[in-house]
Design a protein around this ligand. Sequence first.
Ligand code: NDP
Length: 243
Amino acid sequence: MDFSGRVVVVTGASRGIGKAIAAQFASCGATVACVATTLAGAEAAASSIGNGARGFECDVSNAEEVANLFESVQASLGVPAVLVNNAGIARDTLLIRMKDDDWDRVLDVNLKGAFHCIREVSRPMMKARYGRIVNIGSIIGQTGAAGQANYAASKAGIIGLTKSVAKELGSRGITCNAVSPGFIETDMTESLPAEMRETVVKTAPAGRLGVGEDVAAVVLFLASEAAGYVTGQNITVDGGLTL
Ligand code: NDP
């Protein structure tokens, strides 16, 4: 796949899945805007990725910071052709112990953050009559999970958001799809109990946890010109775990 001349914005690009996505885009010629909560984290990722990648600091839950982010990206790199909403957090706890702040923060980053970024990128993409938006969901958004009511609700919301954006922007040459990973080796899953890891390895037909590159491959396809007739879809990347 060739993304030469394309500007790609990846949120949550300092680590894990987002960093793998950003690296794969850069290796296919894209100029990548790596977004993270600290400039140091974003710039470190950008310099390791290369190909003119730049780091940007932004808390995606903050509408004003997101507006400034897209202004800076456009001024320094150009109009984004691709937006990957990958930034995400978890604050797992049983519902009866869940504080309002646990609920609000997870929804604000995972779902509202994606909404903020899509709202900012829509106008320039509509003007260009071209755009690819890929939102990172989770299998938990489809299955639910004890102790993850906030996270599951945010990821289920990503699917509704994705379908609505696909319907709203489709006539302007813009597609919007979701990619829902299963268990991927990152900081987020580092603390998984050993028994749960074993269960995943035994249950998933692929016989292993995923890596960021497994998710990145699907994101790049959906962001490519070849995927122009695919929109409003949610592609599960879980090694067959939820079959
Ligand atoms: P990590 O915890 O490894 O990385 C999270 C990334 O999100 C970091 O780059 C972090 O930046 C960034 N981030 C967090 N909060 C914000 C914020 N408010 N604004 C901007 N950036 C933010 O997560 P993963 O790589 O594991 O997960 C990436 C995505 O994939 C998430 O949406 C997650 O829900 C989803 N996912 C992950 C799965 C897994 O098994 N790992 C499974 C299913 C879905 P910083 O370094 O600055 O904190």
